[in-house]
Design a protein around this ligand. Sequence first.
Ligand code: ATP
Ligand code: MG
Length: 275
Amino acid sequence: MTTVTPVQTPVRPGTPADAPGVPDDTVLSVRGLRKDFTLHTIDGRVVDALHGVDLDVRPGEHVALAGTSGAGKSTLLRCVYRTYLSGAGHIWFRTAGGELLDVAGLPDAEAADLRGQEIGYVSQFLRPQPRRSVISIVASAGVARGMDRTEARDAAAAALRQVAIAEHLWDMHATVLSGGQKQRVNIAAGTIAPPRLLLLDEPVSALDPANRAAVLDLIARLEETGTAVLSVFHDLDAIERLATRVVVLGGGRVLATGAPGDILRNPNLPLEVAR
Ligand SMILES: Nc1ncnc2c1ncn2[C@@H]1O[C@H](COP(=O)(O)OP(=O)(O)OP(=O)(O)O)[C@@H](O)[C@H]1O
Ligand SMILES: [Mg+2]
């Protein structure tokens, strides 16, 4: 099995003085972001995943990332969520209180707090902790966003109903759910209270058409509440329906950015979406 450097030393935390080009209305402003992986089992080979990415997302905006497999889409989302530490650059996040923080250099504990309070992340797979019930996973996300326990349990019930998880499943361990059920529990946890920034990495890939439509509706409604969304969908319909802007990644850089209609119909861009 391939092993990678577990963590790198965080880059120096940026201060707002390092952010002269950052517009004052963005939730997220990524600047010069770089990330590489060192493969220790393959002669220390270095994979250059992100090579200087700049990107802005504003409240209520839905920016969809496109690009071929391996372009760095998931890596970018993970750097923003701080599952990966970036190698260089800044990830400016403007909090609900108006503070500008560089997620790339925040101490781990502060990054974890910020994540819990203001950032939702829904990936393709839910890897539930063992022996946690479905409802407690979703309610914990509500507690992290500042709800008290009763409020969080009620909100979790509402969120689970919205994604059509039947009530008899709520007390079951999430590990025994099907792939599509796990994905919907993950969506309920990511959206329990509208986060300021929602990161979506192929969130409907395991869903049947009816559940897929319900989840896309839920995402569309969140944008109306001002949530900023940065997403990856391998599905042209979802991008056309939800995205306000598409950013194409290739070779670890931004190759193009524009309105979904213009970008998705451009035959010269290396897109990889289901048509
Ligand atoms: N944990 C890791 N260890 C080593 N290399 C990695 C790791 N994560 C990503 N990479 C490499 O970084 C590059 C970008 O991968 P990433 O998963 O971000 O691509 P992607 O655009 O999300 O692709 P896909 O559309 O297939 O999901 C790839 O070359 C990948 O092999
Ligand atoms: Mg990916």
